[in-house]
Design a protein around this ligand. Structure first.
Ligand SMILES: C[S@@+](CC[C@H](N)C(=O)[O-])C[C@H]1O[C@@H](n2cnc3c(N)ncnc32)[C@H](O)[C@@H]1O
Length: 278
C-alpha cells in the first residue's frame, strides 16, 4: 500500500524526508534509500492509523515521542560482530565441536548453516571466522553451505559489499580484525574474500520464502522479536522442521522460544538460548 502512496505522492514524500532530516535524533536519513525509508515509515503509519504523508509530517512536528519511535524503527537493522559475545564463546567451545564430531562420525562432509535475519552480515561473518579458527586446515575437508537471508534489500547489499565502520568491531578480538579485514583509506574495514565468499546472501522474507532443509545450525537472533505470538510460533515450528536431527537453533539473548516448538526442541543451553533438535 505504502509503495503506492510513495508513487502517488512523491511531493509529500520529499517533504517527509526533509522533516526527517530536521527532526530525527539518531537516524541520518540521507544514508538510506527511499525504499528503506518507506518501509520503516510504513510501520509507524500502521501503528498510528495514518495513511497520508502530510498528516504524518504534522504528527512528527508536534510529537517528540513519535520521533523517538520512528528513530527506533530505523535502528531495527542494528547488529555487530560477535554480538553478545558469551554466546560466541559457547558456540566455539561447545556447539561447533559437537557439530563437527557428529559430521565426522557420520562421515558427512556438508555443513548447512542459515542466518535468518542476517542484516548487514556481521553475524554470518562472525560464524565464518569461528569456522576458520576452529577447523583451521581441516576446513577444506568440509563443504560449508552458508545461506544468510534478510528481507531488507539495502542490508543485504551492504552485507554483500562487506565494508564496515569501526564501531561494528567493538565485541570482536583485535586479532580477528587484523586477520580477516583490511583497512580502507576512508577508515572503514573490508571483510576478506576468504570469509565473505563462504556466504550466500539472499533477499528473502521469512513469511514467504521457501524454507531451506537439513540445516545443521540455524541462527535467528533479534529478528522475530517484533512479530506477534502467532507469527513467532508458526516460524519456530517451521525452523524446527528445517533443522536436521542433532542440529542447532540459536536465538537472541532476550528471546523466548514460544508455541509448540518449545516442546519439541531440547534446551541445550538456556542462558545462551541454544536449542537442539533430538
Ligand atoms: C536486529 S537485526 C538482527 C541481526 C542479527 N541477527 C543480530 O542478531 O545481530 C533484525 C533483522 O531482521 C530483518 N527482518 C525483520 N523482519 C524480517 C522478515 N519478515 N523477513 C526477513 N528478515 C526480516 C530486519 O531487516 C533486520 O535486518
Amino acid at each position: 500500500v505504502i509503495f503506492l502512496l510513495l508513487a502517488k505522492d512523491p511531493e509529500n514524500f520529499e517533504k517527509l524526508k526533509e522533516c526527517l532530516k530536521k527532526n530525527l535524533k539518531v537516524t541520518d536519513v540521507a544514508k538510506y534509500s527511499d525504499n528503506f525509508i518507506t518501509r520503516r515509515v510504513e510501520v509507524r503509519l500502521r501503528n498510528t492509523s495514518i495513511d497520508k504523508y502530510s498528516e504524518y509530517i504534522r504528527l512528527l512536528e508536534k510529537d517528540s515521542k513519535e520521533i523517538g519511535l520512528l528513530d527506533e524503527e530505523f535502528s531495527i537493522n542494528v547488529t555487530n560482530f560477535f554480538r553478545d559475545h558469551s554466546m560466541w564463546e559457547f558456540f566455539y567451545n561447545t556447539v561447533l565441536p559437537e557439530v563437527v564430531k557428529r559430521k565426522k562420525l557420520s562421515g558427512q562432509k556438508r555443513i548447512n548453516i542459515w542466518s535468518a535475519g542476517c542484516s548487514t552480515g556481521e553475524e554470518p561473518l562472525s560464524v565464518c571466522i569461528m569456522l576458520k579458527e576452529f577447523l583451521g586446515d581441516s576446513l577444506g575437508g568440509f563443504e560449508i553451505s552458508y545461506k544468510a537471508t534478510d528481507f531488507d534489500t539495502d542490508a543485504v547489499n551492504r552485507a554483500r559489499r562487506g565494508v564496515y565502520e569501526d564501531l561494528q568491531f567493538r565485541e570482536m578480538k583485535q586479532e580477528y580484525k587484523e586477520k580477516y579485514f583490511s583497512k580502507n583509506s576512508d577508515g572503514t574495514y573490508e571483510a576478506s574474500s576468504e570469509i565473505k565468499n563462504m556466504i550466500s546472501f539472499v533477499v528473502a522474507d521469512l513469511f514467504s520464502m521457501s524454507m531451506p532443509h537439513d540445516i545443521d545450525i540455524l541462527f535467528c537472533r533479534n529478528t522475530v522479536i517484533y512479530f506477534n505470538l502467532e507469527s513467532k510460533s508458526m516460524l519456530y515450528e517451521k525452523f524446527y522442521d528445517c533443522i536436521s536431527k542433532g542440529g542447532f537453533f540459536i536465538m537472541g539473548k532476550t528471546e523466548l522460544l514460544q508455541g509448540p516448538a518449545r516442546e519439541k526442541f531440547k534446551i541445550y543451553d538456556s542462558k545462551e538460548r541454544v536449542y537442539q533438535k533430538e
